[in-house]
Design a protein. Structure first.
Length: 331
């Protein structure tokens, strides 16, 4: 059996009236990437903070690298790195000073932390900016510095809370490559993300959380297969037809259609034979709904995410969730 590096058992956490975590259990094996997906407020950051010893759970147990997050918080801290959702770098210090400070906290020798700080600046394209105060950094530079800081201690377990938020596509790709290399070298990574492409590319396993609970888990392919064999998708010519198009698809697929107003697209999980496609074409024709595109495709992780989380939150704005509800609410 592979060794779990992260083991979470029935962890709960409440903030006043908000049950941020309502009994979460999960494991991540050594040298793997576990991605936590979930809508805003799902409890992802709360879990990361508990695992990084910054918060105590109300109940349940969690071990990271063999250390209990409460009882062994001290020794655990030297086994983990954390890049939080909001960069935790000191504005008034330079990039280099920030990194050296982290090295100091890991009890590295002066020579070693200087060497690692210089290496990290280089690795994250910050050498030129290294001796400027962080105040003068752009959002993406801060993000990179924060991630560089989380790696200074070369921790065997790394927590990355939405690591690529605010990074441009090139930097994002470089970071993904970098994470893959780290994991190839044996590091265990738990990351939270809203970017499905990121989960798809990096994660060995995905855990979907909503309302403080795990609502699905598996590999990306397993989650897609579980949703449906296919997705039926139409792009309407006129935005005004979106709700009616959703009503058409609601009658053909299973589950509730999703409306993407920006792309003027409507989609629904479906069996996905040509019969469904032809039936859809006919219905759109009969209802006089003009289409730019109609097709069947394999489900994406986006489809999985939308389907899982929309089903649980009837209060969400109609345009982001289901067509059935959306069409009733249309004026
Ligand atoms: N310190 C706190 N005090 C009060 N409520 C909190 C605190 N931290 C988190 N919460 C609440 O707990 C719930 C979970 O928050 P959390 O930050 O873990 O969500 P998240 O999944 O990380 O969301 P996001 O995707 O927006 O980052 C939210 O309802 C949030 O408002
Ligand atoms: Mg968060």
């Amino acid at each position: 059996m592979p060794t779990p590096m992260i083991e979470v058992e029935a962890v709960t956490k409440r903030f006043g009236r908000v049950q941020a975590l309502a009994g979460v259990s999960l494991t991540a094996e050594a040298g793997s990437v576990l991605a936590l997906l979930g809508p805003n407020g799902a409890g992802k950051t709360t879990l990361v903070r508990i695992l990084a010893t910054l918060l105590h759970p109300d109940s349940g147990r969690a071990r990271v690298a063999g250390y209990d997050v409460v009882a062994d918080a001290g020794p655990l801290r030297s086994a983990i790195g954390l890049a939080g959702q909001y960069a935790a770098v000191d504005e008034l210090l330079t990039g280099r000073e920030n990194l050296e400070l982290v090295g100091l906290l890991y009890h590295l020798s002066r020579r070693e932390y200087k060497r690692r700080a210089a290496g990290a600046l280089e690795q994250f394209g910050l050498t030129d900016a290294g001796d400027r105060t962080v105040k003068t950094y752009s959002g993406g530079m801060r993000r990179r510095l924060d991630i560089a800081a989380s790696l200074i201690g070369r921790p065997p377990v790394l927590f990355l809370d939405e690591p690529t938020t605010g990074l441009d596509p090139r930097t994002r790709n470089e970071l993904w490559q970098f994470i893959e290399d780290l994991v190839g070298g044996g590091t265990t990574v738990l990351l939270t993300t809203q970017v499905m492409e990121e989960a798809e590319r990096l994660a060995h396993r995905i855990i979907v959380v909503d309302g403080g609970q795990v609502i699905a888990e598996g590999t990306a392919e397993e989650l897609k297969d579980r949703l449906s064999s296919a997705v039926l998708e139409a792009r309407v010519t006129r935005a005004a037809d979106l709700d009616r198009a959703a009503a058409v698809l609601a009658g053909l697929g299973h589950g509730r259609p999703h409306i993407d107003p920006d792309q003027q697209r409507v989609s629904v999980p479906a069996r996905g034979g040509t019969r469904d496609l032809l039936a859809a074409g006919r219905r759109f024709e009969d209802d006089g709904i003009g289409l730019d595109d109609l097709g069947i495709r394999r489900p994406s992780l986006d489809d999985v995410f939308l389907s899982l989380t929309a089903a649980r939150e009837p209060g969400r704005p109609a345009r982001q969730q289901a067509g059935a509800a959306a069409s009733q609410e249309s004026r």
